[in-house]
Structure formats: structure tokens, C-alpha cells
Design a protein around this ligand. Structure first.
Ligand code: GRF
Length: 203
């Protein structure tokens, strides 16, 4: 399976994917890693792993739509069949992403449908939740609102603060994302929904 990854930050989830692939546990080929931040740690991790990279800066585009059209032009050109958002911190235009529905997943640090958007750890603590987690879901036009594929669930301990909770959850994210991508690569996962796009790009 040819996979492209988008990431805006340090890239620990990307690294977990690369480690799983190198261990022979994830039968994919990473064709490109893209970012909206030239200094993203994820880009360096990709380069170190010999994966081609690109950066698009929002300031070079007149609108979100123009950015996203160029983004998907690059991703199409890479030959990617599946797109993984691993800490990609931009909202993507719903029309631009529609050809990828069913082939595009995101990892989000909450037990969706709880806490879409930002500051999920803080919001779980403030709500007094006793458990927290991460979700991998299909990306649709609705922010963090696409169908959930799998979740990792952890307990919130008394005294946890935002950073501790985020840190503890991250190790589970690093198992969850490769596990879901493995299912996709083995064609054991299929989005049952209108407008889905099969892995080969055809319905
Ligand atoms: C992770 O918490 C992920 O769930 C969220 O952004 C963070 C990315 O971390 N979407 P990293 O860049 O993969 O280390």
C-alpha cells in the first residue's frame, strides 16, 4: 500500500509508523511526507528515513481552497493510495478532500465524539472524566467528525495534569495508528458509507 503522511509537528506518530514498517509489521510504502510547517520535526524524521518530503506554507496561498488544491495535487502526484494525518493541524476544505473519503485517516487525542478540536486533554480533565483516549477515524468534511475506526482508552489518574495525560496517551497512539494502517494495508477495513472511495480510487 502506498501511503502519504501529513504532519505539522514533532512527528512521533509518523516515527511510530516508520518503526512498525522497519520491523516488518506494517506492509506499506511511505511515498511522501508533507507539512505546512517547514520546521516540523516530522519532516526531519522522514528525511532521516529516506522518505521524500514537501512543505506548503499557508502564506503563499490566497485561500484555504488554493492551499488544499495544491496539497492534493502533490498527494495525487505522489501515487499515494492512502493518506494519514498524523498531527496535521489544519482544517481541510471539504470539497477538496472529498475524493479521498474512505482513504484518509486521522489520529485525534480524545474518545470521539467527545472533544473534537483542540486542547482535548485539558477539556477531559476539566470535565472530571475518569477515562480518556485517542481515536483513529476516517476524515470527512466535518472536523474530527468522520466515522471512528478504533480507539485506545486509558484511565485518568488523580493528580494527572495536561502534560502527563498527553504523554501517557501518546504511547497508546503509537500503537493505535500502525494497527489501523495495518488493517487498511491488509484490506481488512472498508468504510461503509455513501461517497466512499475504494483503495484503488474506484468505487
Ligand atoms: C498527537 O497527539 C495526535 O493525536 C494529534 O496531534 C499529536 C501529534 O503528535 N492529532 P506527533 O507530532 O505525532 O508527535
Amino acid at each position: 500500500l502506498r501511503v502519504a503522511v501529513l504532519a505539522s509537528g514533532r512527528g512521533s506518530n509518523l516515527q511510530a509508523l516508520i518503526v512498525a514498517r522497519d520491523a516488518g509489521a506494517l506492509p506499506v510504502d511511505f511515498v511522501v511526507v508533507g507539512s505546512d510547517k517547514a520546521n516540523a520535526g516530522a519532516l526531519q524524521l522522514a528525511k532521516d528515513a529516506g522518505i521524500p518530503t514537501f512543505t506548503l506554507s499557508a502564506k503563499d496561498f490566497a485561500s484555504r481552497r488554493d492551499f488544499d488544491l495544491e496539497l492534493f495535487r502533490r498527494l495525487d502526484a505522489s501515487g499515494a493510495q492512502v493518506l494519514v494525518l498524523a498531527g496535521f493541524m489544519r482544517i481541510i476544505d471539504g470539497e477538496a478532500l472529498s475524493p479521498w473519503v474512505g482513504r484518509m485517516i486521522n489520529i485525534h487525542p480524545s474518545l470521539l465524539p467527545k472533544y473534537r478540536g483542540l486542547h482535548t486533554h485539558r477539556r477531559a480533565l476539566e470535565a472530571g472524566d475518569t477515562e480518556h483516549g485517542a481515536s483513529v477515524h476516517y476524515v470527512t468534511a466535518e472536523l474530527d467528525g468522520g466515522p471512528v475506526i478504533a480507539q485506545a482508552r486509558i484511565g485518568i489518574q488523580p493528580g494527572d495534569d495536561e502534560a502527563q495525560l498527553a504523554h501517557r496517551l501518546l504511547t497508546f497512539e503509537h500503537q493505535l495508528l500502525p494497527a489501523v494502517l495495518t488493517l487498511m494495508a491488509e484490506q481488512r477495513l472498508d468504510l461503509i458509507a455513501p461517497n466512499r472511495v475504494a483503495l484503488d480510487g474506484k468505487l
